[in-house]
Design a protein around this ligand. Sequence first.
Ligand code: 5GP
Length: 115
Amino acid sequence: MSASIFTKIINREIPSEILYEDDRVIAIRDISPQAPLHLLVIPKAEQYANVAELAAGDPELLAAMVATAQRLAEEHADGEFRLIFNTGAGAGQTVFHVHAHVLAGGLQEGTLVGN
Ligand code: 5GP
């Protein structure tokens, strides 16, 4: 299988605005923002296609993604955020390397954001 677009970003083969990186996760600005702050938190491991697989296979890594989302929302917005994991093509997932959308800053109550 060829590398996902996010693995290419992690490997610096594709440029992106990286806001955070450690040995397990990376956080970038979404190229097509749907909110004033729209980040993607991505585990470096690419074997998990979606959040359900990640939760079953490595719950600590999922917890690390959530902690990263919280920290970034505090650093770049008011600390409150919406965390979205599109799971399956029918739910809007286009990249099958698990990632969390972190949306923050002036979100409207009751709206769901999709691409
Ligand atoms: P999904 O639709 O799979 O939940 O989310 C994929 C997200 O990745 C989309 O919001 C899309 O805008 C973003 N995206 C796709 N390609 C790139 C890219 O090359 N760079 C960045 N920064 N974001 C990307």
